[in-house]
Every structure is written in C-alpha cells, then in structure tokens.
Design a protein around this ligand. Structure first.
Ligand SMILES: [Zn+2]
Length: 593
C-alpha cells in the first residue's frame, strides 16, 4: 500500500455520479422508470403463464431495472449520510426516493404473481434448469404466498396501520423522547435524555451509576401503566393479524421472513439458557475484579479498569488488515481496497451522521464504509465490523446476481462479527501487559453476554408475554413478574437486584418496534462463534469453506447454506459449540484471577 493517509479519510463517490446535480443521475432515473413501466406493460398478469426460459429472461430484466433504481438511491443516501443539512442533497434524496418508489410500485406485481402462481406451475419452474439461479427467490415467494391476504385487504390493513400499530409505536417513541433526567454531578439538572442517562450506567464512578440507574427506575415506574397499555395493544394487534393470515405461532412471521423454523429458534434458546450459569460465573468474577462482594444492578455495565485505549487511524487500519490477513491474504486484500480506492469515510465532522454502516446495495458497484474514527480502541472494532460487511458484499458481488446478493437477515452479521473476533484474537495475541489482556478479554465476554444471553432472555420474556396476552389483557404487574422471572434465570444470585428493577422491559425499544427481533443478535453472534471454533480447529482448511459461504450471499436459506459446511442449526449441539467459545473465554479470565 502506498502513502497511507495520516488522518481519517473521506470517501469518493465519483464512480457513481459526479455531484448531486449530475445530469447523468436524472437520465438514469428516467431510463429506469421507463424500463419499469415497459416491464409491467409486458408481463403484468402474465407471470404464471411464462415457461422457464421466458421467466428467467424476465427476472434478469427485473434485476437490471432494480439495479438501475438502486444506483441513484445509493448515491443519494451516501451523500446524505455525510451532509444531512445540505439543501440540494436533501432535495435530491427526496426526489430520488419519490421517483424510485413509483417504479417499485409498478414492479410489485413480480413477486406477488410469483407467489400466487399455482403449485403445479411452481413445481415446473423449480425443476427447470433455466431457472436454477432464481430457485431461492421463487421458493421464498411461494413460501410467503399462503399467508398473504387478497390485495384490497392488504391495502386496507397497511392503511389502518398508520393509525394503529404505527401510531402506538410512535406514541411510545415520543413519550420516551420527552423524558428528562437529573443525575447530580453530570450535566444540567433536568436536561439528560434517556440515552445520556443510560450511558452514565457505564460511568467509572459507582455513585453516578447508582443515581443514573435510580433515575431510570423512577421514570419507568411512573410510565409503566401507559407503556404497559401500549405493549398490550401492540401484542394484541400482532395476534389479530396473525389470526387473519393463518399464522398459529406468534414467532411464525419472523421465522418466515428470516427463513428459519421454530425448531431452530428453540434449539438456540435452549442451548443458551442452559449456559446462563457461565454468565453468572462471569458476573461473580467481575464483582471480585471491581472489589465488590456482589454486583448490584447498577454495576452490571461498570467499565473494566484500564478499558478503552487510544488508537490512531493508522493503527486502526494496520490492525484490522493484519487481523484479516491472518484469516486469509485475500480477505486483507479485499478490505485493503476500501482504503486504496477511497471507499471509506472515517473523518468525524459537522453534518455527518453518527455511528457506522457498510452500504453494498448492488453487485458490481463497489461497497462503501462509513465510520466515525474518534481515536479509541472501540473504533477499531467498529472498523473491523464494517469492513467485515464490506468483504461479505465484495465476495457475494463476484458470484451472485441482485436477487441472490444480499445475505438473508440472520446471516447478515456473519462476516462483520467474524471480523471483530479475528481482530480481538489478534490484539490479544500481541498484548503482553496482563492488565490490558484481562480488560480486553473481559470486554469480549461482556459483548458476547450482551448479544447472546441477554437477547435470549428478552426473547423468552417476549414469548411469555405474547402467550399471556393470548389469554387477555396482561396487567402491568404481571408483565413485571414475567420480566423478573427471566432476569432471575439469567443472573441467578450473581447480581443483586431489587423490586425497582421490575420495569426494565419498558425501556427496550426493540420489544416495541419489532416482534421477535432480539433473537437474531444471539443467532448471528453464536453462529459466528461456531464458525470461529471451526476455524480454530481446522485452520487453513476452514478458510475456503468460509469464503464460499460469504460468496453465497443470499442464494439459499441459512439452514441450507450452513449445511454445506456440515453444520446443523436444528441441533442444540451446534449452538453449544459456539457457547463453548464463550465458556473458554470466561475460563481464561477466571483462571487468571
Ligand atoms: Zn453490522
């Protein structure tokens, strides 16, 4: 690599469009809109009558129209992410959004008609070699079809959602956004938001953590009746809609979207719940490490002594590429191109959005990474995460066409989390200071417990609350009792909790915004741990299998793609294998004293 940049760079989007006023962008939109309406004109109401080769040709056309629409969208959203206040950028983004939406509406017939085609037509399509590349897309459409309602009913439901489900969710968001807190010694009294006061639960000062925790508990106790009503309404809405669609199980729609099945979810949850004692062992160690007899609720998120260190941009780049190179030189090569081709925006600045993402919308258009490098070690992990996504997109883009390109959602975090693990392993291997090693290992364990064990406990709570709701309105104290029961199982006696902890459920937006989303964090993380375990066991032999998995993008269901690696996600032993990695980390930590 030549002349490394000394400071976090900005990206170049010149391969997409020259600027927000580039006339090529309008031309592309015009062309795509025309092609979308030609496609609709030629094929609407005719899809089920197409034979294999004709359908394959239509789907290829469909992919190319979609790609033509995504390209201006990608440019608009990337530009907006670094300059949200710029008027011309905002105008471009809404113009692109509106025009593309019109085209997407015209194209909606494709998946609808694929789904509604009679079973014998599907059977013929699935057997036709001409449709080989689209088999997964066809199967998805067919699997979803039995749960779709007639067109006018779908339209009525989604219209009523605006004043129903969506309005309740928005009410929740507005209530929570309106909360203000005071924590003595931190900020203006009465000026802290929930996000501010939450981050104070990670304060090194125990008194501050206690006051922050108490401030949240007090607010939740006051708001619990209203928030409990919102949750009761949303869960009943979910139940009624499931009834209309013919879903018998509250998690069924999630399983359908994520292309998994309930036995997979059960295997995952059972394995994790059996592993709760390891989490408890860690919390006991943490108490001792902080010099406390036992952790209390306000200590769970206490930072490790000697935690987050500094890291320059060059260190970040070099550490990530070195770690990726340990996995395979080709992985470091793919990640390295983000730096040499100007595809990373890492400089924090006014107008740029927070956080981080990797955008890889279309195969054939080089993905981009946005991070905000503030010079801390945790920024290096974020970079590894997003470049992991970048490598995933790059590999899938080499082999898959658009409809098979995006990994299905439970697989979407595979390469990103693997990237973080590889980085963590590498840093640990090169760290000689025992205190720093301990802090690093503890941080990795806490990450794992937060994404695996805690999210499974949320999911179990959510399942039990839905079961209770099926029998009638669930009083707030009953919701609290379900929550407390699950927290008792998770923490045992390793964390001393009180009555005041019983409304914790009310502050978790994922349990309001989505149904059964939390499990997917655990799924992704444990899947990666299981893959990591394979890598440690098999070494170089594992790498080509792993790269093939990434290159598969979304060409098949997660179960099928993983079966190609000899992994069975229905088997609790598969999940235990990932959990054993966590156990080993906790063993390491507790053995070190
Ligand atoms: Zn991610």
């Amino acid at each position: 690599m030549s002349n490394p940049p000394a400071s976090p760079p900005r990206w170049s989007l010149a391969d997409l469009y020259a600027s927000v006023t580039d006339p090529a962008l309008d031309l592309d939109l015009d062309t795509s809109l025309r092609l979308a309406s030609e496609l609709a004109g030629a094929f609407r109401d005719r899809v089920a009558s197409l034979d294999g080769p004709a359908l394959a040709a239509m789907l290829r056309q469909y992919e190319s129209v979609l790609a033509g629409l995504y390209r201006p969208q990608m440019f608009a959203s990337l530009t907006l992410s670094t300059d949200a206040a710029d008027e011309p950028t905002r105008a471009l983004s809404s113009k692109v959004g509106e025009r593309a939406n019109g085209a997407f509406n015209q194209l909606r017939f494709v998946d609808l008609e694929l789904g509604r085609a009679p079973a014998e037509v599907h059977a013929r399509w699935l057997a036709d070699p001409a449709l080989e590349a689209f088999r997964h897309h066809l199967a998805r459409a067919r699997d979803a079809a039995p749960f779709a309602l007639p067109g006018p009913v779908e339209e009525a439901l989604s219209t009523k959602d605006l004043t129903g489900r969506r309005a309740w969710t928005q009410l929740y968001d507005e209530l929570v956004a309106g909360w203000r807190f005071s924590v003595e010694g931190r900020g203006e009294p009465g000026a802290l938001t929930l996000a501010d006061v939450r981050s104070l639960r990670e304060d090194p000062d125990r008194e501050v953590r206690l006051r922050a925790t108490e401030a949240i508990q007090k607010q939740l106790a006051e708001s619990a009746p209203t928030l409990g009503f919102i949750i009761n309404t949303l869960y009943q809405d979910h139940r009624l809609e499931n009834g209309l669609r013919g879903h018998l199980d509250p998690v069924a729609p999630t399983m359908l979207d994520d292309e998994l099945s309930r036995p997979v979810l059960d295997a995952l949850m059972t394995a994790v719940e059996a592993h709760y004692p390891v989490a408890q062992r860690y919390f006991r160690w943490k108490a001792a490490n902080l010099g406390l007899p036992v952790l209390e609720s306000h200590d769970v998120l206490a930072p490790q002594p000697d935690g987050d260190r500094e890291a320059s941009w060059e260190t970040a780049r070099d550490e990530v590429l070195r770690a990726f190179g340990d996995l395979d030189p080709s992985v470091a090569e793919l990640a390295g191109r983000f730096f040499t081709e100007g595809r990373i925006d890492a400089e924090p600045r006014q107008g740029k959005r927070d956080g981080a993402f990797c955008a890889g919308m279309i195969p054939g258009v080089a993905p981009r990474v946005l991070v905000n490098h503030h010079g801390r070690m945790r920024d290096v992990f974020t970079l590894a995460h997003e470049l992991g996504h970048g490598v995933h997109f790059a590999l899938a883009g080499q082999q898959q066409s658009l409809l098979n390109y995006w990994p299905t959602s439970p697989m979407a975090e595979t390469a990103s989390v693997f990237g973080e693990l590889v980085l963590g392993r590498n840093l640990l291997a090169h760290e000689t200071d025992p205190a720093a090693r301990k802090a690093m290992l503890a941080a990795r364990v806490e990450d794992a417990l937060g994404t695996i064990h805690r999210q499974v406990s949320f999911t179990r709570y959510e399942l039990r609350t839905h079961e209770a709701r099926a029998k009638g309105v669930v009083p707030v104290e009953d919701i609290a009792a379900i929550w407390t029961g699950e927290m008792d199982r998770l923490y045992g006696d390793s964390v001393r909790r009180t009555e005041r902890d019983r409304f914790g459920w009310a502050a978790i937006p994922h349990l309001v915004h989505y149904r059964f989303y939390c499990y997917s964090y655990a799924f992704g993380q444990l899947l990666v741990f299981a893959l990591y375990d394979l890598w440690e066991r098999e070494g170089a032999a594992f790498v080509p299998k792993y790269l093939r998995l990434l290159a598969s993008g979304g060409r098949d269901r997660p179960e099928a793609l993983l079966a190609e690696l000899g992994l069975d996600v229905r088997d609790p032993a598969f999940w235990s294998r990932g959990l054993a990695v966590v156990t080993r980390m906790v063993d390491d930590l507790t053995a070190g004293g």
